[in-house]
Design a protein. Sequence first.
Length: 703
Amino acid sequence: MNGGPGKDIEASKANLTRLAAPVTSISGIGSANAQRLSPLGIQTVGDLLHHFPRKYLDRSTVTPIGQAKTGQEVTVVGRVRDVESRTTRKRKNMLVITIFDGTGYLSGVWFNQEYHKDRLKEGVEVAFSGRVRYEYSRLQIVNPAYDILGGEGSGSAPEAIHTGRIIPVYPGTSGVTSAMLRRFVSRALEAYGDMADPLPESVRSRFGLMGIAEAVREIHFPEGSESLKKARYRALFDEVFIMQVGLALKKKKRERESKGIALAPPGEMVSRFRRSLPFELTAAQEKAWREISGDMGRSVPMNRLLQGEVGSGKTVVAVLALLLSVENGYQGAIMAPTEVLAYQHDNRIRKMLEGFSVRVALLTGGSERDVQRAVAAGEVDIVIGTHALIQKEVSFERLGIVVIDEQHRFGVGQRVSLERKGTSPHVLHMSATPIPRTLSLTLYGDLDVSVIDELPAGRKGVVTVVADKSQRRGAFAMVEKEVALGRQVYVICPLVEESDKLEARAAQEEAKRLAGVFPGYRTELLHGQMKSDEKRDVMERFQAGDIDILISTLVVEVGVDVPNATVMIIENADRFGLAQLHQLRGRIGRGSERAVCVLFADPATEEAKARMKAIQEYDDGFALAEEDLRIRGEGTLFGTRQSGLPDLKLARLSRNFDLIRTARGEAFKLVEADPTLRDPENALLRWEVNRRFGGALEWLFHG
Ligand code: ADP
Ligand code: MG
């Protein structure tokens, strides 16, 4: 190398490093302003430049007040001229804030929301949106949606920065107006705007991406809607691409460094097990098993997510994997998120393996020391357990595979600590919670994924009905009929203790009540506060058909499998999330009989109503998950923060699936070709990835 390109890179790196300077290094931002910016997550110049507008107002769609007509939905922009707060005859506070835009006056009106006057002071430039009314010979909008555009001061001089057609509106906080942000950003761009581009030229040109410096400028001070669109696409691409590069690097590193156990292909024990099953595997199960057994034959430890709708038959596939390990002389472990589920696995797996010389043990919090000792001594082949499995005292003699059932129920830390047991065992994560496709590409982006997208034949499915109190008798009549036919019923109540009497029907109360309603039938109670062996006993009796009606809290949410249960009644269903409801109703409809799920609900909020509608409408878990994302927005659905991934600010995950997939493909290709980003062309990318992952990928800089 002649030092030329290397020097360039050093200069560019230095250029990027400058973005880490504190905001106070920008003229006009002193410590007071820095303090105001800090709640917005803005500490550095780079943070400020990446604090993107929340939305844009297009001046060409702003209506001059003089032309606003009654009944019309409009956005108007003006300066606050008058603030009036008074008490109405009905003793309400009425706040009237009047703006003027050169063509006329219009008032925003609020009742009992006097606090708006703290933000909408005289002289502030504001946009009001809403339906125009004409009252007391005045134009007004009641409860307008508003955005503060400019700060106080009547002169228009400081606002020269945003006289363009498109006005950016920033996510703000108290004491920081959009106008201030524009001023700060403008100064930051002056001093730091020539930033180097972290994306390799090859990627930029393949996707026709705008340069970063231009994009950032455009996002803050748009020239027009076309260029703004390109700029935002660029920023979105970066966000997604850089995250995927990080994930790809993580995956590569693990593959490179951890020594896995290359198992021999499936042999006699596995095929005997397959022959012993009372059913054929579905094509989807076969495919998943091929992928899993393929992984297990490599010396790179498997790290695969097996996703499958509730009832799609993941357990059998897991047992195949456990047996493959045992067949090769290694132990296998399967970890469940609840005791109830661990018992069930224990029951079912023992039954499936009757006649096989495989030693199975259950290890939960209440287990004896003996079990641990046996596991450590290698006297146990398959260990089934709860998170007790990951306690420090538990060690394995030769652990070949760990199956983590309902893995989304475990915290990230827990997952990791189990993976560390033994010498890099293969890991199979299983999840029935339909993870939206977009999410599985990010949150679980370093995992390989197998999907069981087909239910065993002959399932009649579940009919879901959302009901109110008036339909209770009908529901009970149905319960009566089904039980008379020999079927079983779940009644799910949200709380164990009657601590919240008014709202939640406690399971205990309900159990008492139902025992009275159905005197001839066998009712039983199951909740999380019961002793382990009590829980186990109840589950076993329900499984054996010795209980007709099981009144339960959420402990049956995941994984429980009683094919003879055909009815589920869920009380206060509007209090549950969609994923939970879907999991719950997945407990029924597992046999060849048609099943009915009745949701008693009294949804108060729009969101709850939307949820009830969705659960009734969609029976496909993935469609439901996407819907859930839409209803809730991504922010609340997952803890990317907890998972150690950078937060996605721009990417509305549910809407950007194609982009995420494309960027992911590109990122993985790039890392495949340059697994440590040593290529000079990727030097800045490497720097940027590390920055975005908050140093979590620091190893990139070692060795
Ligand atoms: P999940 O994927 O929700 O964990 P399970 O593994 O509990 O589902 O399987 C649900 C039920 O379907 C079980 O009773 C299981 O025995 C049965 N099952 C699994 N695979 C098949 C198949 N290929 N054909 C018929 N029934 C199956
Ligand atoms: Mg399961």
